[in-house]
Design a protein around this ligand. Structure first.
Ligand code: AMP
Length: 421
């Protein structure tokens, strides 16, 4: 843990005026806690592992020092020419989803707006044609924001060379270091030089991942800021009768008149199914999941970000990192299997200091799993009921009864073998 007190200005963190000026234009009046704890260390060239809630300003925390490094060290200013060449990339940001790749690249471009003729940032991700991305990479680039699969495709077709990477960022690092990405990530790491600055950012750091992360980092600065940041997000959980979730959801949407709501379910077909059921109750909802083409995914997301779409039903591909301004509520219609995903999902609301609400609907079958989610994430919520949809008496007892192990039917257990003396 570092003991920086939070400075009032970006300039106090050591950032150069051309970047500070841009932040003023973006109305970033003050650094967020993760920014003030991160930026000075990154400017010193330290490796870094940062645990901060999603929506806390992580992108600027790592992007600003990278931009400054390019501006000051990559010597294009001194030579009046940039140092990009061939198909080399200097700074690599790895993210788990396509949407996050384009969002992070968009933000970096925005932060470097006054340097747009000098700093080249490219997003590469799957699901869209590779050719425009190949063209963009031609002549090398300063920053590439990539999903692992497409990056490896581009490496194998010689469109990009990772041998001169100076900074590696793993955004949503717990996901990047999980089993799902293990193979791709180890291939990418093998292509990178040893001598580089490595930065890991994530809202959650399960223990297994922390061990893996230590192997990637060299004497890192560690900062954890979860608790202070979490205060803008209110969590609630409603007990509902089995089979009544849709009715309760429709009721809550209508009664609360939320400007927008993001609803999570666990399967692609469940998105369409729930959208149809809500439509019968007079609520129009769009769906967002991995079976939709990239064009449709982008359109839906843009529609939701711009506020045109009011209700969006999504699978966990929308759980990570997406920045939807002033999203008032995230609803877990289905609970996520992983407790870490619970935090990522609700983290779509209450971003950048806005007040947000993370709401879960649990029926009898979810009850035990919600307790696991609470335990792993170290919180405990009061079970609430929705007026007009009270949980039936006999069930409600079950909700609040302590979990007791079910007795095993007699005769089914294996007999213990007697140890020979
Ligand atoms: P991120 O965690 O990087 O996705 O950022 C979450 C949101 O906070 C984005 O909409 C950013 O534009 C915004 N943001 C980041 N840093 C600041 C800041 N210092 N002041 C105000 N907004 C910020």
């Amino acid at each position: 843990m570092t003991d920086h007190t939070q400075p009032a200005k970006f300039a106090d963190l050591g950032l150069i005026p051309i970047l500070v000026e841009r932040l003023e234009e973006l109305e970033y009046t003050q650094p967020t806690p993760i920014q003030s704890h991160t930026i000075p260390h990154l400017l010193e060239g330290r490796d870094f592992v940062g645990g901060a809630n999603t929506g806390s300003g992580k992108t600027a925390a790592f992007a600003l020092p990278i931009l400054q490094k390019i501006y000051q060290q990559d010597s294009y200013l001194q030579k009046k020419t940039n140092t990009r060449r061939g198909n080399f990339v200097s700074h690599l940001v790895l993210v788990p989803t396509r949407e996050l790749a384009s969002q992070v690249a968009y933000n970096i471009k925005s932060y470097s707006y006054h340097l747009r003729h000098e700093i080249k940032t490219v997003a590469v991700f799957g699901g869209v044609s590779v050719n425009p991305q190949m063209l963009m990479l031609r002549g090398g680039c300063d920053i590439v924001v990539a999903t692992p699969g497409r990056l490896l495709d581009l490496v194998s077709s010689n469109a990009i060379n990772l041998e001169q990477v100076k900074t590696l960022v793993l955004d949503e690092a717990d996901r990047m270091l999980s089993l799902g990405f293990a193979e791709e990530l180890s291939k990418i790491l093998a292509l990178l030089p040893d001598n580089k600055q490595t930065l890991l950012f994530s809202a959650t750091f399960p223990e297994k991942v922390t061990t893996l992360a230590q192997n990637l980092l060299n004497d890192p600065v560690e900062v954890q800021l979860q608790s202070a940041e979490a205060s803008t997000l209110v969590q609630r959980v409603f007990s509902v009768n089995k089979g009544e979730k849709t009715a309760v959801l429709a009721h809550l949407i209508k009664e609360n008149q939320w400007r927008q709501a993001l609803i999570f379910v666990n399967a692609k077909n469940a998105c369409n199914h729930l959208a149809q059921k809500l439509s019968k109750r007079g609520i129009t909802a769009e769906v967002f999941h991995g079976d939709k083409g990239q064009g449709a995914r982008t359109r839906v997301l843009e529609g939701f970000k711009s506020g045109e779409i009011h209700v969006l039903i999504a699978t966990d591909i929308a759980a990570r990192g997406l920045d939807i301004e002033k999203l008032p509520v995230v609803i877990n219609f289905d609970l996520p299997r992983s407790p870490a995903d619970y935090m990522h999902r609700i983290g779509r609301s209450g971003r950048a200091g806005e007040v947000g609400l993370g709401l879960s609907l649990i029926d009898y079958d979810d009850y035990h799993h919600f307790k696991v989610i609470e335990k792993k994430n170290k919180f405990r919520l009061e079970r609430e009921q929705v007026a007009g949809f009270e949980v039936e008496d006999d069930q409600s007892e079950a909700y609040f009864a302590p979990m007791t192990p079910r007795p095993k039917p007699e005769g089914t257990g294996k007999k213990k073998k007697k140890r020979r003396q």
